[in-house]
Every structure is written in structure tokens, then in C-alpha cells.
Design a protein around this ligand. Sequence first.
Ligand SMILES: C[S@@+](CC[C@H](N)C(=O)[O-])C[C@H]1O[C@@H](n2cnc3c(N)ncnc32)[C@H](O)[C@@H]1O
Length: 396
Amino acid sequence: MAGPVAGSRLRVRIAKLLWRGRGLARLDSGQVVMVEPGVLPGEDVLVRIVKATKDYLVGVPEEISTPSLLRRPHPCAHAHLCGGSRFGMVSPADGLKLKTEILRDALTRALPRDVGQDVFSRLKVVPSPQGWRYRWRGQIHVRDGMAHAMEGASNDLVALSDCHLLATPLAQAMPDLAASLPDGRFTIAASPVTGQAVHEHSQAELEFYYPDFDLRCTLPPGVFFQANQGLNQVLVREVVGLAQGLGPVADLFSGAGNFSLPLACRGIPVLAVEGSCRATQAGQHTAQRLGLGTARFVCADLARPAAWSVVRDAAPRVILIDPPRTGAKGIGQMLASLDGVQRLVWVSCDVVNTLRDARPVLDAGWQISSMQLFDMFPGTWHMEVLMVLERPVQQA
Ligand SMILES: C[S@@+](CC[C@H](N)C(=O)[O-])C[C@H]1O[C@@H](n2cnc3c(N)ncnc32)[C@H](O)[C@@H]1O
């Protein structure tokens, strides 16, 4: 008998959540239905099938007939349309528990089952100091001088008067920033020190402070920085602790030195490699201004072999990797080919892509010695994972 086709409607029960916040349901026939984000485990949901293949179906939720007990009113007035906060219908604490289960599922799929279970059993979970209003950097779409976000279910835009993910000074400045910009997509950002809010084309410099290192620096607004600055301080402290004590560090995808500058504050030799020359210029400028002579910034594309000869020449004992969400295809082979490296400290905003990229080092026998889940993005299904890999002990 033919199964459900695109356009048909089904009632399903969500068994669990998958990577990217999708719900997983199974029909009596055994066929899998993946339900677009916005649903929770245990919920009975009416879904409209938008894709039907031999192996699985994809559905969008149209009505939740038995809501989860975790569900509560979303604090944002735009949430019914905006796609930016798909986990805001649960408390930040419950959202983090759900993400922990999503990570468990992802690890047991991407790694051999016993390895995935072992890594998960030692997982440390680090909550965000703020459940809402934690982002000091964000993107807006400007239309007719007004800020918009992408609608959840389409590519349409939703006009925003506020955003609960943005830190208060940035949310308050958003309408004026949008009014000063032409139509298009723009980064807006604010300093967590002064609250000064700007758009990416502003000439102003944003001020940052790392209390653990008594480190002050400034960044041009177009340069990447970790959006959740409260939790970033905890992440930096952990990363520096993990990179310390083994020898020189190579900080790959370094941005403007979020990790390199604190490492240099501890006197550790560090080579920072990053593709944005504006970011490396900002990092080098701060290092020179503060007399942090052990930090060296190089602007290079890590997809090209030339960048790796610079890394090789630095003879790092520790490599710190913090690639963009899409990951860094091919990096695993490069890492596996480097002699002398003892530890890889991998900061990942998409652990599924990271485990794909790390496959060559895992196949070469490197072991995942620890993993931490940092709740960098409450109100969304996104998570930051800090993974440490150790080189296998050489047999005599
Ligand atoms: C997730 S950010 C991390 C930045 C920094 N580690 C931090 O914590 O602020 C990723 C960085 O990778 C850089 N990047 C992306 N593709 C790159 C490439 N092919 N080569 C070098 N850098 C790249 C981006 O410019 C961005 O600064």
C-alpha cells in the first residue's frame, strides 16, 4: 500500500528531538517522520507532509493537540512568526535539558555507540548566565528603515519592534540603527562594557573587557565576536586552562584573538590564524598596545595549504580550532598530518559538522578526552560544544 504523500496531513506523536531541533515521530508502519522545529517530546501533533521519500517523511507542525507540560507562553510577541527563537516555548533550564538529550542522540549517531555513550557520560553542561537578552551581536534585515527577521516557515520577513535574544542596549538601539540603514542585511552590535550600539559600517570601535585576564580591547563592529559575552568569559577561561602548560599554541579561526589574547596574557606563545584581515589587524594591534609579545596574528585562508605551512612552522603542541558553523572540511587530514601536536581543543557551534571534520584524527586513534556543552544560545536549539582530543600514546 502506498504511504503518505506530500500535501497529506497526519497525526503523530513526537518521540524525541533531533539535531537542528527537529522532532522525530514514527508511523505504525515504522516509517519515520521528521517534524520541523517548534515541537516537543511527547506532543501529539497534526503535521502537513512537505516531503515524502521511500525512507522518511518531512512534516511541518500545524496544530499541537496535546502540548508538553514543559510548554509555556513564549516571552516574545513576534515568536509566532519569527524563526529566531524556536526553543523559547520552554524555560532556559528545560531548553538546556532538551539540548543535552539532542547532543546525546547526535553523539551516538556520529560516533561508535559505546564511544558516544562514554563521551556523553562524562559531559559537563554549562548554563548561560542570562536566559534572555544575552546577545551583543546580531543580524537584522532592513526594509523601509525598519528592522526585520526571517519568518520561521518561509523566506518572508517579520517586522520586529524588539528581540528577546538581544542584550537590552542593543534591542533598544535596534529601531534607530535600522532607520539609519538602507534595505539589506546587516550586523548590529553593542559593547558589553559601555552599551554603545552600532551597525557594521559604523566607524566606532566597541570596547570589551576580560576580567579574568584584566584584558581590555576594542573591535571594529564588523568583526566577529562571540555573541553571548557573559558565557564567553567562562568559555575563554576553560579554553585557556586546557591550552596551558603544554607549549606553543596555534589558534585556528582565531577571529580577533578571543582566545589568543588571553593566552598571551598568560605568557603562552600563540600563533593566531584567521581569514578576516580586519580581525587579525585588530588582534595584532591589541597585542602590540598591551605588550603581549608572545602573540602573532596571521591573516590566511585555512582552506589553502599555504596557511598550514605557517602553522607547521610554529611547531604547536596544542591546536585550538573554532571554525564557522559550516565546519572546516579537510581540516581533519591537515591536523592528522601534523607531528608534535599533543592536544586538540575544538570549539564547535555545530558538533555534527565537527565530528565529520574530526573523522581523520579519530580514525588515527585520537581520543575524545572531554566534552562540555555551553548553552551559548538559550531560546534556540543551537549549542556550543568544547571538545578535547588527545594524541594516542605511541607504542614502543
Ligand atoms: C566561530 S568564529 C570564531 C572566532 C574566534 N575564535 C572567536 O572566538 O571570536 C569563526 C572564524 O573563522 C573565520 N574563518 C571562516 N572561514 C575561514 C577560513 N577558510 N580560513 C580562516 N578563517 C576562516 C571567520 O572569519 C571567523 O572569524
